[in-house]
Each structure stands twice: as structure tokens, then as C-alpha cells.
Write a protein that binds this ligand. Structure first.
Ligand SMILES: [Zn+2]
Ligand SMILES: [Zn+2]
Ligand SMILES: [Zn+2]
Length: 345
């Protein structure tokens, strides 16, 4: 079983997952996908190559673990965290450790090996978003998991090892540090002003306009004022909503359209760049032990959003050494270029 280790100096948790354990000679940076379409475990007809299906959308009413699905969720064959056990948090001298419990799932976004999210119709994106939502809601019923992260790696340089379009969910027994920082900022702002920080940031960006990529009725996409990366995009609901899992189903098509448009603009402008995206939804309020502070006010002070991070530059020594980034493209320029992309149809 993997384990989580905490360093009190940098307040960082690390997952030590030795089951995936390459030997020293095996380490290499991979610039291409390992397997082609013939051996792809996510293609229809290859269902036996994945662990058993957790959930799938099957428009034809077919049974599990066979073709007929349009979106499919399975456990990750090489999970970073394991589903059985308890965190069993212990001190190790000045450090902390706990068992690497959690969930690690893969959502196969389409039966089509080549068709990425940016080229999916809104109906398919709606089905994908519906599955994301139901998996988040289900995993948050498990009180061992304090945070459930949905993310996507697109392209080998963004960490994708399989070409077939897919996203991943990792449920974990701690709230990740980067999210904790955002939660604390949002909470402090709300304590002082009784307003949501993310509502304030998006409202101002809409008025100021130069960093807006698009504004729909329910969603807004913008390049953050202090974007870390060229063409970084922040996608959020315009109406205050803290938990992605509580998004009403009626809003899923609007979300799907907004995500699809964001990815299409990126793809057309930057010739299908590698990117990562992460969903920063609410931490799991059902998780025990009950915590104080912002956990009582999350509904008002947190606001879910997706951060889309194109991989156009390398994170190098300065960034690793300082945690801050040198961005060669002003977010205002990035937003203008993204706005100017001509979308067909
Ligand atoms: Zn495939
Ligand atoms: Zn808000
Ligand atoms: Zn965030």
C-alpha cells in the first residue's frame, strides 16, 4: 500500500507509491504515448483490459463491461491510492504519515480514440459532466475522503500516458495544500466583507473586460489577472455555487458548452496544445473529524471553478525554487487572442 508523508517544513503531503516502482534505470521523460490504438485499453471491445466498470452511460441499455457505452468510469489499473483501509494517521518523529487510502478512477470520455474533448458535441460533453458530477457526489459519501480532485492530462507533455481521451478522479484523505490556500483566502475575505472572493474577482473581470475570453449566461471564462502560465484560463459559474456536485442537472448543458468552447478556442489558437485542467470544488463536508473555521461557511465563501493550464513553457529552476512563475504572455494578450478565434458554425 502507498503511504502519505507530511513534511512540516514545507507543509506538503507526498504520496509514496512504490507499487508503481520503476527501478533507477527505468526513469525517463516520455514524449510519446506508450501504446497505440490496437492495444488501447479504453477502446470499445477492450473492456476486459480495464478493472471492472464503476459506472457507465449506456444509451443502448447494454450491460456492464462490454461495448455500447458512451462514457465509462473504471478504477485506475495503477492507483496512486488504495480504496481499502483507514488513514491511521501517526507521528513519525517530527513528521506525519498515514496510509495511502483513497480512490483513483478513470473516466473514459468517448468510445472514439481520436476525438478529444475539444471536438465533442455538447450532448457528449453533457454526459461526461454528468458522470463527473455523479462520481464526485458518490465519493464524497465516503467520510474518509477530505478532498476529491477531478483533473485531466491532455498530451504526453502534460503527463498523459494514453492517447484515448480520459480524465481522472483522485479522492484523498487530506485537502491538498494549493486548495487549502485558496480556501483560506476565500474564507478570510468572506469573514471581512461577507462576500465571496471568487464572485468579486469574476464580477470585476467582467466589468474590466480585458481578460474575458467569453461570457455565457451561466458561465464565464477568463485569463486570471496573475496567470502563472501563458493562456491559463479560469472557468467558473457566474452564479455563486460552492460544490460542483450540487450543480443542478439543468445547468450541465451550459457547463458542457462553456468547457467545450474553452477547449476549442485553445486547440484552434495553439494547435492542440498539451494542457492540464483541475476542478477546484468544495472539500468534502461529510469528512470526519468535523473541522472548524471555514467548514461552517463553505457554502458562502467557496465557489467552484476549473483551472485550465496549457503546457507551453517548462517549469524550471526559478519556479521550483520560489513557487512563483515567469509568464511570457500577458493575460490581456492571451484573452484577446482567445476571443478572436473564429469558431466554425
Ligand atoms: Zn482507444
Ligand atoms: Zn461566489
Ligand atoms: Zn483554484
Amino acid at each position: 500500500m502507498s503511504e502519505l508523508r507530511h513534511d512540516p517544513l514545507n507543509r506538503r503531503w507526498v504520496i509514496v507509491a512504490t507499487e508503481r516502482g520503476p527501478r533507477p534505470a527505468d526513469f525517463e521523460i516520455v514524449h510519446e504515448y506508450h501504446v497505440g490504438k490496437e492495444a488501447c485499453p479504453f477502446c470499445p471491445g477492450h473492456e476486459e483490459k480495464t478493472p471492472l466498470e464503476i459506472h457507465a452511460v449506456r444509451p443502448d441499455g447494454s450491460g456492464p463491461n462490454r461495448p455500447g457505452w458512451s462514457v465509462r468510469c473504471v478504477a485506475n489499473r495503477y492507483p496512486a491510492l488504495a480504496i481499502e483501509g483507514t488513514p491511521d494517521r501517526r507521528a513519525v518523529g517530527p513528521y506525519d504519515r498515514m496510509h495511502g487510502i483513497g480512490a483513483h478512477e478513470v473516466i473514459v470520455e468517448s468510445p472514439d480514440h481520436e476525438r478529444g474533448l475539444a471536438d465533442q458535441p455538447v450532448e457528449q460533453l453533457t454526459a461526461i459532466a454528468g458522470l463527473w458530477k455523479s462520481r464526485l457526489v458518490d465519493l464524497m459519501r465516503d467520510t474518509r475522503f477530505k478532498y476529491v480532485l477531478l483533473f485531466k492530462n491532455h498530451g504526453p507533455s502534460a503527463g498523459a500516458t494514453l492517447e484515448h481521451p480520459h480524465s481522472q478522479i483522485i479522492a484523498m484523505p487530506v485537502t491538498p495544500r494549493d486548495i487549502a490556500v485558496e480556501l483560506e483566502s476565500a474564507h478570510a475575505h468572506h469573514q471581512l466583507k461577507e462576500r465571496c472572493l471568487i464572485c468579486d474577482l469574476t464580477d470585476y473581470s467582467i466589468i474590466e473586460a480585458s481578460r474575458v475570453v467569453f461570457i455565457h449566461e451561466h458561465f464565464v471564462a477568463l485569463c486570471p489577472y496573475a496567470s502563472r502560465f501563458p493562456f491559463e484560463i479560469f472557468l467558473a459559474p457566474r452564479r455563486h455555487l460552492h460544490d460542483f456536485g450540487q450543480m443542478p442537472d439543468e445547468l450541465l448543458p451550459a457547463f458542457a458548452a462553456a468547457l467545450g468552447e474553452t477547449l476549442k478556442r485553445l486547440k484552434l489558437l495553439l494547435r492542440n496544445p498539451a494542457y492540464n485542467f483541475v476542478l477546484h470544488t468544495s472539500p468534502n463536508i461529510h469528512a470526519l473529524p468535523k473541522r472548524t473555521g471555514h467548514f461552517f461557511s463553505l457554502e458562502w465563501d467557496w465557489h467552484w471553478h476549473i483551472e485550465i493550464l496549457p503546457r507551453l513553457t517548462r517549469v524550471a529552476g526559478f519556479e521550483w525554487g520560489t513557487g512563483f512563475h515567469i509568464n511570457p504572455t500577458a493575460p490581456e494578450e492571451a484573452a484577446r487572442a482567445l476571443r478572436d478565434v473564429e469558431l466554425a458554425g
